[in-house]
Design a binder for this molecule. Structure first.
Ligand SMILES: [Zn+2]
Length: 206
């Protein structure tokens, strides 16, 4: 069985959604993470999700791929790791539910948050590197371009580790990111930049 089949067979969409921090209600619906959604309009079926607001749909791998902006293979890997699925073991042995420990759950939410912030930052930097690159060799360098050049590799490296490293290593990274409010500061800054962007768009639309 491929990693894709294993992940799809063993992890249902509602479980994955809950695991990655979406609030699933009694009707097995949640607010759609892919559009501005005030009331839950995403239906989570066992094998696929569907958003009545924006039409987003797919299986459990698509959900995780879109949530964290991963390739399908990376998403399948992440699911296998987070849900303790080992491609080398027969499916019967891995279908057992894992005991839910409150500390672990709190840690996981923190990890998901860190990864989300890192991925947002990564996309911002990728945009900056393209959009603010100097047109001529003599041009003075835009701060955003400089930041992108300095930070891109490192941020990508951290995000990769959070996706693929062993739990022990991930815990260390999350610890480091939380030290001195690093991730909270970055989150705030990204929020602020987003709002500024929105304001610009509204201004130019008006
Ligand atoms: Zn939607």
């Amino acid at each position: 069985m491929t990693l894709f089949e294993l992940a799809k067979q063993n992890i249902c969409v509602p479980d994955a959604a809950e695991y990655y921090g979406l609030q699933v209600n009694r009707n097995v619906m949640c607010s759609c993470p892919f559009h501005e959604d005030r009331h839950p309009s995403m239906k989570l079926n066992e094998r696929y999700f569907y958003c009545f607001g924006c039409g987003a749909t797919g299986d459990v791998i698509d959900l995780v791929a879109r949530l964290f902006d991963l390739s399908s293979y990376e998403a399948a890997q992440k699911l296998a790791q987070d849900f303790g699925i080992d491609p080398d073991k027969p499916p019967a042995a891995i279908a057992l539910p894992k005991p839910e420990r409150p500390l672990l759950k709190a840690y996981r939410q923190e990890e998901v948050r860190c990864l989300r912030v890192l991925c947002d930052y990564l996309h911002l930097l990728e945009g900056w590197k393209q959009n603010y690159a100097p047109a001529n060799p003599d041009d003075s360098l835009d701060d955003r371009f400089v930041e992108a050049c300095q930070m891109l590799d490192y941020v990508e490296y951290l995000a990769d580790l959070l996706i693929a490293a062993e739990l022990e290593q991930r815990v260390k990274i999350v610890e480091m990111l939380n030290k001195d409010g690093l991730i909270a500061g970055l989150e705030e800054r990204l929020d602020r930049l987003n709002k500024e962007d929105d304001a610009h768009e509204k201004q130019s639309a008006a």
